[in-house]
Design a protein around this ligand. Structure first.
Ligand SMILES: Nc1ncnc2c1ncn2[C@@H]1O[C@H](COP(=O)(O)OP(=O)(O)O)[C@@H](O)[C@H]1O
Ligand SMILES: [Mg+2]
Length: 261
């Protein structure tokens, strides 16, 4: 296993997110068993691992959709495990995109995008619409601003979900298997949007089974296995020289069809 210290980029910057000795159990099932890692500004970190290894729980602890049992999640030096954290303010700074889109089906595309900025950020409607249109354009969906969400394809819905998250002008974007619910032929359109976002310098933590994305877009890959980080490394190293048997087994299962290695 590569040590965490050796993964830290040579920079004087403080991390955007620093996770330290994070533990979470559901009943007697310990789902996260002391997790440590950092994410620096502009980094793209992908998290890979088998179903049930704790990837979603880890992401959900970062924006307090789950409360850690112990340990720390520091966001710009603020300990999110502390009692007085303003959850709404935090969630304004951390965008989240889920596998199942989580859009409001009773609203059109534009209203999905303006709801949080007008309610949580108290932005006025015309200003929120201007911001929303900018982000809808960036995901290629400006023409769909007034379309009902229910009329969109899965790939379009996920691009709206990304635009909606961007409307809050987050500092960090979390993606939990954003393409897993999509038909294979439309996965690419969502990955392209995510790739563009990464190229623009967005700090991102992405749980994914898209190994090509992990290999080519991320700065750091985290392999989770049964609630621990079994291995964490630069993608070129982790994919070509996995140090841990479990990583090797996992990758060989995923990659045998794709010749990515
Ligand atoms: N709210 C919950 N209550 C009970 N068990 C949960 C809950 N959320 C997740 N788990 C369990 O925690 C384990 C890890 O889940 P999860 O973080 O969703 O893994 P992954 O995203 O890697 O598939 C699984 O065994 C899952 O059943
Ligand atoms: Mg999951």
């Amino acid at each position: 296993m590569t040590s965490i210290a050796s993964m830290t980029p040579v920079t004087s910057q403080a991390p955007v997110i620093k996770i330290e000795a994070l533990r979470k159990s559901f009943g007697s099932h310990e789902v996260l068993k002391s997790i440590d890692f950092e994410v620096f500004s502009g980094e793209v970190v992908t998290i890979i691992g088998a179903s049930g290894s704790g990837k979603s729980t880890l992401l959900r602890c970062i924006n307090l959709l789950e409360t850690p049992d112990s340990g720390h999640v520091w966001f710009h030096g603020q300990d999110l495990a502390a009692q007085h954290v303003d959850v709404n303010k935090l969630r304004s700074s951390i965008g989240m995109v889920f596998q199942g889109f989580n859009l409001f089906n009773n609203l059109n595309v534009l209203d999905n995008c303006t709801l949080a900025p007008t309610t949580l950020k108290k932005m006025n409607k015309p200003q929120a619409e201007e911001v929303a249109k900018k982000h809808l354009e960036s995901v290629g969906l400006l023409d769909f601003a007034y379309a009902p969400v229910t009329s969109l394809s899965g790939g379009q819905k996920q691009r709206v979900a990304i635009a909606r998250a961007l409307c809050m002008e987050p500092e960090l974007m979390l993606f939990d298997e954003p393409t897993s619910a999509l038909d294979p032929e439309i996965v690419g359109e969502v990955l392209t949007v995510m790739r563009d976002l990464a190229a623009q310098g967005m700090t991102m933590v992405v749980v994914t089974h898209e190994m090509d994305f992990a290999k080519n877009v991320s700065d750091k890959v985290v392999f989770m296995d049964q609630g621990i980080i079994a291995e964490m490394d630069a993608p070129q190293k982790l994919f070509s020289h996995p140090q841990c048997d479990r990583t090797r087994e996992f990758l060989s299962r995923y990659l045998e069809d794709t010749n990515i290695l």
